[in-house]
Design a binder for this molecule. Structure first.
Ligand code: NDP
Length: 314
């Protein structure tokens, strides 16, 4: 079966492409810079079953040829950065217009199933969370709240996912959304990605403080598998939170200090106030679809081993 993966060279997408090739799929990967995609060509099966196609999210009809003839499309491409000077052009437009651009190609091609890489960013950021002890897939982030808090990446993912649901409803397309928390794991790609960079900052001591906030963490291998389950299981529907563990940044830093005492971890609470009460993120729905999670400690060990191999850590 032929499937398309947008942003194929990215951190999560590279693992997804690897898993799809291992399962026998023929993969068309869209990339905007073939120079950043060479690692994909060395994956097992790539010679026979991987084709790379250049496509920018904002170029009209850029995905038509990539999507044409594919049974399924995994739309993962979207900018994930925190150092932003112009949220509209750097995040929101590529996320929202890019998603609609890909979906328009899917509508033209009659794609049978679409898996959208959304984020827990599109789930958990709303005033509704304040009173909740458990956040599940029925929560949807509130754009006004994100805007007020200037959470531009969160806003981009929220607007992109809601625009996608509207589009697929109107065009009668079958879509499932995957909503991961902070994804860590060994890099297949040659450049560093935002979520691994955050972890690396704690380990190498460049991160001096952490926000008063709880964050979820999950292994990239599990996120890739969640995409595949969502695609292959006919009963998959709606959205799926993908999270192994939600912990306060402070607890994460303590865990890292205990597990890797050889590294110069220094980050401290950014303020002295009591650590904010946490909530839980439900991962029951994806477990019911068959996903088992790699424990966070194991995912950390594998990520640290990769950082060492890449000489990013001693
Ligand atoms: P990466 O930065 O590694 O990958 C992002 C991908 O999107 C790259 O292929 C990038 O291409 C592509 N992209 C960005 N802007 C454009 C554009 N204008 N045109 C074409 N391609 C573009 O990040 P991740 O793998 O972490 O993220 C992949 C997806 O997962 C994103 O949708 C992200 O929001 C989502 N996600 C990530 C989480 C995480 O913790 N990592 C958590 C939850 C969701 P290029 O390399 O050329 O820049």
């Amino acid at each position: 079966q032929v499937v398309c993966v947008t942003g194929a060279n990215g951190f999560i997408a590279s693992w997804l492409v690897k898993s799809l090739l291992e399962r026998g799929y023929t993969v068309r990967g869209t990339v905007r810079n073939p120079e950043k995609s060479k690692h994909l060509l060395n994956l097992p099966g790539a010679n026979e079953r991987l084709e790379l196609i250049e496509a920018d999210l904002l170029a009209p009809e850029a995905f038509d040829s990539a999507v044409h003839g594919c049974h399924g499309v995994f739309h993962t491409a979207s900018p994930f950065h925190f150092n932003i000077t112009d949220p509209d052009s750097q995040l929101i437009e590529p996320a929202v217009k890019g998603t609609l651009n890909v979906l328009e190609s899917c509508a033209k091609a009659g794609t049978k199933k679409i898996v959208l890489t959304s984020s827990v960013a599109a789930v958990a950021y709303s005033p509704k969370r304040a009173g909740a002890s458990v956040v599940d897939e029925t929560f949807f982030s509130d754009p006004e709240f994100c805007q007020k808090e200037q959470r531009w990446y969160v806003l981009s993912k929220t607007l992109a996912e809601s625009a996608a649901w509207e589009f697929v409803k109107e065009h009668n397309l079958n879509m499932v959304a995957i909503n991961p928390t902070m994804v860590i794991g060994p890099l297949l790609q040659s450049s560093m990605n935002t979520s691994n960079e955050l972890l690396l900052g704690f380990l190498n001591g460049t991160a001096k403080s952490f926000p008063n906030q709880a964050v979820g963490w999950v292994s990239v291998k599990d996120v890739a598998m969640a995409h595949i389950l969502a695609y292959e299981k006919p009963e998959a529907e709606g959205r799926y939170i993908i999270n192994e563990r939600l912990i306060h940044y402070g607890e994460m830093v303590s865990l890292l200090m205990n597990r890797y005492p050889q590294y110069p971890i220094v980050a401290k609470d950014a303020d002295d106030s009591t650590r904010l009460p946490s909530y839980n993120l439900s991962n029951e729905k994806i477990k019911k679809l068959g996903l088992t999670f790699q424990p966070l400690e194991e995912a950390l060990d594998e990520t640290v081993a990769c950082f060492k191999e890449l000489k990013l850590l001693d």
